[in-house]
Design a protein around this ligand. Sequence first.
Ligand SMILES: [Zn+2]
Length: 222
Amino acid sequence: MGRSLWERVLDLLFPPKCTFCHELLAESELEDRICAQCLAELQPQQIQLSGEFLDGGYSLFSYGGKVRQSIHRFKFNGRKEYAPVYARLLSTEIRQAEWIEKIDVVTYVPTNRRNVRKRGYNHAALLAKYVAFNLRLDMIPMLEKIRETQGMYGLKPHERRANIMGAIKISCDTEQITGKNVLLVDDIFTTGATAGECACVLRMAGAAKVFVLTVAKTEKSY
Ligand SMILES: [Zn+2]
C-alpha cells in the first residue's frame, strides 16, 4: 500500500524517524518505518508466553535497548504512530502460529483510566485495533480497570498478583465472549500477572480459550 500525497507532505514537514532507534529514515525505509540497521538487528522472534489461564502466546522481542526505548516513546511520548508498525510485525509473526486459526476476536489489556487521559490515547487498544485489522477480525473492548493499580515496576511476582487481583472486570455484553477464543494484546509481558487476571475474568465470562500477544517480554520478573 503506497503512501498518500498528504502523508508525503507530512513526511517532508516532519521527517519520519525509525520506530526503534529514532534516527531519520531513508526514502526506501519510509513505508516500513524501520531503518535497515534495526531491521537486521532486531529480528522478530516468537518468544513463547505461558501463564495461568492462558492457552498460549508470543512476544516479538526481549524488552531492552532500542525496543525498550521505542515502547517508552509509544506509551509516554505520544508516538501513537508506532501502533501500526508494531501491529504489522506482530501480525506477520502470529500468522505462523498454529493456534491463529482458532482466534475469533481480539481485545486488549486495560490500562488505568488516568493514564489514558494523560496520554490522550490507549496504547494497548490502538495496538489491538491494528492487529485485528491485519488479521481481519473484530476488535472488541472487553475489559476495564475498576480500580487503579500501582505501577508493577519493582514489585515481586506475588505482589504483582495481589496488585492486579480483582482490579479488572468485563465491560461488554458477555454474549460477545461466550464460547469465543480471544486474543489479548498488550505492549509488554512481564510475569503474566496482568494477562493472567484478564484471562481469568474472560474465562469466567465464558471465553473458550485465551491467547496473548505482546510486543516485548521482560527477561526478569522485577
Ligand atoms: Zn532504526
